[in-house]
Design a protein around this ligand. Sequence first.
Ligand code: ATP
Ligand code: MG
Length: 137
Amino acid sequence: IERTFSIIKPDAVRRNLIGKIIAKFEENGLRPVAMKKIHMTREQAEGFYAVHKERPFFGELVEQMIASPVVVQVLEGEGAILKNREIMGATNPANAAEGTIRKEFALSVGENSVHGSDAPETAAQEIKYFFSDDEIV
Ligand code: ATP
Ligand code: MG
């Protein structure tokens, strides 16, 4: 059984979509095994997105992530990493498939409602970045 890391981003939390997004995960066999609502610091957001620091959208990405609270979660299920990416849909909502979170809720490439780990190594790293072992139940 696999675990992945998820963020319900500020744009979605502000629009009261936490419940609808968690419902999508649960309906598709992903069980939240850890969750908390946090307001990320700039340092936390910059560290989390360090791989993107040379990209032109880095500044905008960090500003969006710290603008207001997010919900961070660990999701568990069969093939959780890939399954979560499928449920989220393409990064750009214009390319996201019908029924995906980004198709239904995302506003733009930047304000695209959710983050999900893209591989086993990043999942493990991102889970550790926000959760201690005793918070995962
Ligand atoms: P995430 O990592 O958030 O799950 P992703 O893996 O689909 O999304 P990445 O390429 O890792 O996309 O980009 C990380 C985030 O940076 C995206 O979710 C998006 O919010 C933002 N982003 C990516 N490309 C752009 C862009 N061209 N313009 C603005 N923001 C962007
Ligand atoms: Mg990514």
